[in-house]
Design a protein around this ligand. Structure first.
Ligand SMILES: Cc1cc2nc3c(=O)[nH]c(=O)nc-3n(C[C@H](O)[C@H](O)[C@H](O)COP(=O)(O)OP(=O)(O)OC[C@H]3O[C@@H](n4cnc5c(N)ncnc54)[C@H](O)[C@@H]3O)c2cc1C
Length: 416
């Protein structure tokens, strides 16, 4: 079903009776060429690119709950490509470019809004680091500009500029960054994959990875055994649990990350703002709510809800940066289980088991990576070679010492 202005007008005049479900609800077949485990944005994008760009067919996505029920439907929707390191920057810039054409590509309104991101600097050293990061961004073709304190006063007059502990000294803006509607991203990829014949099977939990002589042959699921020549795992916070089914131990910890939304306000924030002296980031949704978040909860967990100490910490960061946020009432908060890798960067790689591939370790930031992650994982599954922009995301980089640690924070998940 094509979406168009004409179609919307026709449906409006005929009682909206012609709309069909966005995807089929098929029964699982006995076997597939490629099975993707996890119906989040990454799994769905992988299936879509496999079918649309790499000529693959006979593909299924297996999702234990409903499509987009994991972190894809729980995040604060920030998209950006303002990275420093050569292992990361070209990958996230490719993702940004795919965001820019996504709606036309999928024929679906994913509400990509390039409303900018501003990272605030509170020390001279931090401002110098932003200058360096901005230069690295330019080298891979991304945009970035340094803003002075005066520029910021004009753009964001409600910030607390003269906070004695955290004075605002300047910032780095990426104007092409912004937000996208997270659920719509899952729905858009699901619909487009379905059009290519991908089977999207919801309520189908993978409970075992079956191997024969060191090769994948299929998956055990809550809906029976399904054969597969290749299996790609993209389950974010459940990565350790699913990969343990094949005896693989990952350099990944699962932690809760919380998000918060205020009541709807008149347009206040022009784009995304991040506080550089603590962990706090905020934007305003199209409905008017302030959408914000901060640190992960500091203990390992698979629960999709967090604790009060982090709520307090996030609110402290928010009120130190923009005291007026204290006047807004909180409408909702929730948690997702994030896959924190030991260097803060992801893994997209084959495993030691023939036919088993892994995509995970997205930490705080996998939503913005959704298009590039799907594309690079599809490339790997189809060709058995890493995509050039994801060549650094190898499983063995921790053993080899080639870590991609943007913040130089070391193997401490809470610091990435
Ligand atoms: C509160 C919060 C805020 C965030 N904010 C941002 C942000 O602003 N910007 C950004 O870039 N990133 C952000 N992220 C991170 C981002 O949401 C994730 O990295 C990204 O959505 C991961 O996508 P995914 O498809 O890999 O995982 P998910 O969307 O979690 O999908 C994985 C799916 O696998 C399924 N699954 C698990 N186990 C099994 C099994 N055994 N069998 C079958 N299916 C299974 C799950 O049900 C789930 O649907 C945030 C995350 C959270 C929690």
């Amino acid at each position: 079903m094509k979406f168009s202005g004409f179609r919307v007008a026709k449906e409006a005049l005929t009682g909206h009776k012609g709309w069909k479900p966005l995807w089929r609800n098929p029964e699982p077949q006995k076997s597939y060429d490629i099975v993707i485990v996890g119906g989040g944005g990454h799994g769905l994008a992988t299936a879509y690119y496999l079918a649309s760009r790499f000529g693959q067919s006979n593909i299924a996505v297996l999702e234990k709950n409903w499509l987009g029920s994991g972190n894809t439907g729980r995040n604060t929707t920030i998209i950006r490509s303002n990275y420093l390191l050569p292992g990361n920057q070209p990958f996230y810039e490719m993702s940004m470019k795919l965001w820019e054409t996504q709606e036309q590509d999928l024929n679906f309104n994913t509400m990509v809004s390039q409303r900018s991101i501003i990272n605030l600097a509170h020390t001279d050293g931090q401002r110098d680091a932003f200058r360096r990061r901005g230069n690295a961004m330019h080298l891979s073709g991304a945009d970035g500009e340094l803003l002075s304190r005066n520029d910021l006063r004009g753009l964001l007059p409600f910030l607390k500029f003269d906070n004695a502990r955290f004075p605002i000294k300047g910032g780095l803006i990426q104007k092409r960054a912004g937000t996208a509607r997270h659920d719509a991203v899952a729905w858009g990829y699901a619909r487009a994959a379905d059009i290519y014949g991908v089977d999207l099977i919801q309520g189908c939990e993978v409970t075992g990875l079956r191997r024969d002589k060191g090769r994948m042959v299929g998956v055990e699921t809550s809906r029976g055994y399904i054969g597969a020549k290749k299996v790609g795992v993209a389950v974010a916070g459940s990565s350790s649990r699913v990969m343990a089914m094949a005896g693989i131990r990952l350099p990944i910890e699962s932690h809760v990350l919380q998000a918060f939304v205020s009541e709807g306000l008149k347009p206040t924030l022009p784009g995304v703002i991040t506080f550089g002296a603590g962990h706090f980031y905020v934007s305003q949704s199209d409905k008017g709510g302030l959408v914000f978040g901060g640190d992960i909860d500091g203990y390992n967990s698979y629960a999709q809800r967090g604790g009060l100490p982090v709520v307090e910490d996030v609110v402290e960061g928010g009120t130190a940066l923009m005291p007026m946020i204290g006047r807004a009432r909180l409408l909702r908060s929730w948690g997702g289980v994030v896959d924190m890798s030991m260097d803060g960067s992801p893994i997209i790689d084959r495993t030691e088991i023939d036919g088993l591939y892994f995509n995970g370790g997205w930490c705080y930031g996998g939503f913005k990576a959704t298009p590039a992650s799907g594309y690079a994982f599809a490339h790997l599954l189809a060709t058995d070679r890493p995509h050039e922009t994801a060549a650094a995301y190898r499983m063995d980089r921790f053993a080899r010492g080639y870590i991609i640690d943007e913040k130089g924070a070391g193997a401490q998940p809470n610091l990435h």
